[in-house]
Design a protein around this ligand. Structure first.
Ligand SMILES: Nc1ncnc2c1ncn2[C@@H]1O[C@H](COP(=O)(O)OP(=O)(O)O)[C@@H](O)[C@H]1O
Ligand SMILES: [Mg+2]
Length: 263
């Protein structure tokens, strides 16, 4: 799918496979002095999907928001596309944020806007595409997530939970970001829709966007999409490594967590 051919402005240079797109070092985040993230370090390389698992309230969303530059770390560094974000002003952060797509927990769609307007929103913000091109682009990405043009005039309230999730993913990929950030993409979905979303994430990896961080407590999702898995317990990674290695980790805390999630 060639966004450039439709007249938008994709990033001038795309990273080579293996390049570090996200580098997190000794990340800490406290709220009112209370530590949530105590010491997180990881690198996300171009071409890989990192799944971060953790229980409810373990700080998964906080971590993702730090990576997206939506909130500032209390300590440590976050480098995006080679740039340390703590040294950047809000204004300088914007073009970097645009290179990342964020799929919010829930779908976080605008309730009063149609599907067309929801998905078109980032295009209208960040490009000067003509109306016809915007619509064509929206139809393209909806088809990528398995939705037809008949949903264009519908309001989010008229869609099923699984369809709303797909629209949220379509909105995140419409500008062809280099990194996708998924916050609990299967939360609240039934097993069938959860499996469809997992397959969609795998499908996107083969084309639109091959680099992602997926935050979840869904073990089936992790098994399906992860290259590497990190397990967040007590503000630190109790394990971080290739999928099979982490799933077979002898660490009792990791096994206790995985056993609990598998039940
Ligand atoms: N803006 C905030 N102010 C104060 N506490 C927060 C804020 N955001 C998150 N927290 C706290 O941080 C902890 C981790 O939250 P969160 O990242 O949402 O967990 P989850 O792993 O379920 O996504 C929770 O105890 C939550 O109350
Ligand atoms: Mg969360």
């Amino acid at each position: 799918m060639a966004l450039a051919a439709r007249g938008a402005r994709p990033p001038a240079v795309r990273a080579a496979p293996g390049t570090a797109l996200v580098e997190v070092r000794a990340l800490q985040k406290r709220f009112d002095g209370q530590p949530v993230l105590r010491d997180l370090s990881f690198t996300l390389a171009k071409g890989e999907t990192l799944v971060v698992m953790g229980g409810s309230g373990s700080g998964k969303t906080v971590m993702l928001r730090c990576v997206a530059g939506l909130i500032r770390p209390s300590a440590g560094t976050v480098r995006l596309f080679g740039k340390p974000i703590e040294t950047l002003s809000e204004e300088d952060l914007l073009p970097i944020r645009r290179r990342m797509g964020y799929v919010f927990q829930g779908a976080a769609l605008f309730d009063s806007l149609t599907v067309l307007e929801n998905v078109a929103y980032p295009l209208r913000e960040h490009t000067d595409l003509a109306e016809a091109a915007v619509r064509a682009r929206v139809v393209d990405v909806l088809s990528l997530v398995g939705l037809g043009a008949e949903v264009l005039p519908q309001l989010p309230s008229e869609l099923s939970g699984g369809m709303r999730k797909r629209v949220g993913i379509a909105r995140a990929i419409v500008t062809e970001p280099e990194v996708l950030l998924f916050d609990e993409p299967t939360a609240g979905l039934d097993p069938t829709n959860s499996r469809l979303v997992a397959e969609l994430i795998v499908h996107l990896k083969g084309g639109v966007c091959d680099t992602a961080i997926v935050v979840t407590h869904d073990l089936d999702l992790a098994r399906t999409v992860a290259d590497r898995i990190a397990i967040l317990i007590g503000g630190r990674f109790a394990a971080l490594g290739p999928r099979e290695e982490v799933l077979a980790s002898p660490d009792p805390a990791v096994q206790a967590f995985l056993g609990g999630e598998a039940r």
